[in-house]
Design a protein around this ligand. Sequence first.
Ligand code: AMP
Length: 191
Amino acid sequence: MFNLILFGPPGSGKGTQSDKLVDKYGLVHLSTGNLLRAEIANKTPLGMEAKNFIDKGQLVPDEVVIGMIDSSLEHHKDANGFLFDGFPRTLAQAEALDKLLTLKNSEAALVLILDVDEEELIRRLVHRGKTSGRSDDSDENVQRKRQDIYKNDTFPVAAYYQKQKKLVQVDGMGEVNQVFERLSNAIDKKI
Ligand code: AMP
């Protein structure tokens, strides 16, 4: 199994690049953001609880997202590998993922972190706010909150993977296809 984590701040292009990467490498895409939005669309109790956090730009509690990842891994028992997008976002989530993958005699092979200038992130998010239909994109205060949470809670997860020598930084500036090529090159070196 080849498991990949795509890491980076809101607006760095994780969703766009994930769609292309899962196609190219035959991985199962696990985006906690997408899974949570599906729960909200289906008006499940989990979705209703998560919406309160998402709309404020806060993180959904660890046990909720870890539980979702656990059942998704179980659901795709025959997968060649997974691409984790937007997960893990806290150290507790990173440790839980290590445990879940160890139980499957597997591990995260590579953690790619997309590096994008802050000005460019804001520019992309303002644009996305007009087109995505996501309630957490259209409010500038919520966007700012999400960037703060990334810096405080999520960025330290990069150091966790750095210690495991799994972290590779990729330039996320420029055209979608250019970034995709850089990501593919980093993956091809590893497989
Ligand atoms: P995303 O689509 O990855 O930008 O996620 C949208 C929102 O869903 C985030 O701002 C969080 O509120 C919530 N969310 C997604 N993934 C996670 C996660 N791994 N841990 C906690 N909250 C999450």
